[in-house]
Ligand binder design. Structure first.
Ligand code: 13P
Length: 252
């Protein structure tokens, strides 16, 4: 089902103290949040237990990455099954930092998506173009290709466990955000690619990520094809993250 989601990707940041502070703050502000918005925390895996312990069902928890295997001699890796066992609901797959810094290819992204779906968790599959690709007019083609290849192996009954996050690489951590019009245009394009793939496109949540802050979230979330956000830097500041969670227009 298409849901409104605000997810905080801590990347390799945070601590047990931050987890306590952030979840405590969300808890204290819970009645000011739209109950229809799912708040997701995606901390470094080592803090998942701490976040879950404090979350009291107010929040969902995700993991930033999993290996493509179920188990075995893969030192340093964790599996989607383990993430599920630990209490996670979501797995980020194909974040641009994984693609750029760890050489993740579209094929690997597709393999990880399959693994996540077969473990019963929801994959948040990240796509996005670089600045060069945008400036040379290829943004839509690049993103469409990432969507098609990353989701190529999704089986018919599994689409309900797929979320797509559009994160233009040039907007991540730079303070530059796509305008709400450009982001909406890309989200509409992604939805039409999903439809052409035979997916129930209207049911799939599409998140925007890339320098989402308290002062630009309202405009982004008001767009019809933007169902929420994947937040980096601002998710590490409790007040900012909660403000972003509040920016869904009432009754949407
Ligand atoms: P920033 O919000 O810091 O730009 O990061 C976005 C992101 O990469 C979330 O996954």
């Amino acid at each position: 089902m298409r849901r409104k989601i605000v997810a905080g990707n801590w990347k390799m940041n945070g601590s047990r103290d931050l987890s306590e502070e952030l979840v405590g703050y969300i808890r204290s502000e819970a009645e000011t949040l739209d109950s229809g918005v799912e708040v997701v925390i995606i901390p470094p895996a080592i803090y998942i237990g701490d976040v879950l312990k404090q979350a009291h069902k107010l929040l969902s928890v995700g993991v930033q990455n999993v290996g493509q295997w179920q188990s075995g001699a893969y030192t340093g890796e964790i599996s989607s099954e383990m993430a599920k066992d630990a209490g996670c609901r979501y797995v980020l797959v194909g974040h641009s930092e994984r693609r750029q810094l760890f050489g993740e290819t579209d094929e690997l992204v597709a393999a990880k998506v399959s693994r996540v779906l077969s473990s019963g968790l929801t994959a948040i599959v990240c796509v996005g173009e670089t600045l060069d690709e945008r400036e040379s007019g290829q943004a839509e083609a690049i993103v469409a290709a990432q969507v098609r290849s990353g989701l190529a192996q999704v089986e018919k009954g599994d689409w309900q466990n797929v979320v797509v996050a559009y994160e233009p690489v040039w907007a991540i951590g730079t303070g530059k955000t796509a305008t709400s019009m450009d982001a909406q245009a890309m989200h509409a394009a992604i939805r039409s690619v999903l439809k052409n793939m035979g997916a129930p496109a209207e049911e799939i949540s599409l998140l925007y990520g890339g320098s989402v802050k308290a002062d630009n979230a309202a405009a982004l979330f008001a767009e019809p094809d933007i169902d929420g956000g994947l937040i980096g830097g601002a998710s590490l500041v409790a007040e900012d993250f909660v403000s972003i969670c509040r920016y869904f227009p009432a009754g949407t």
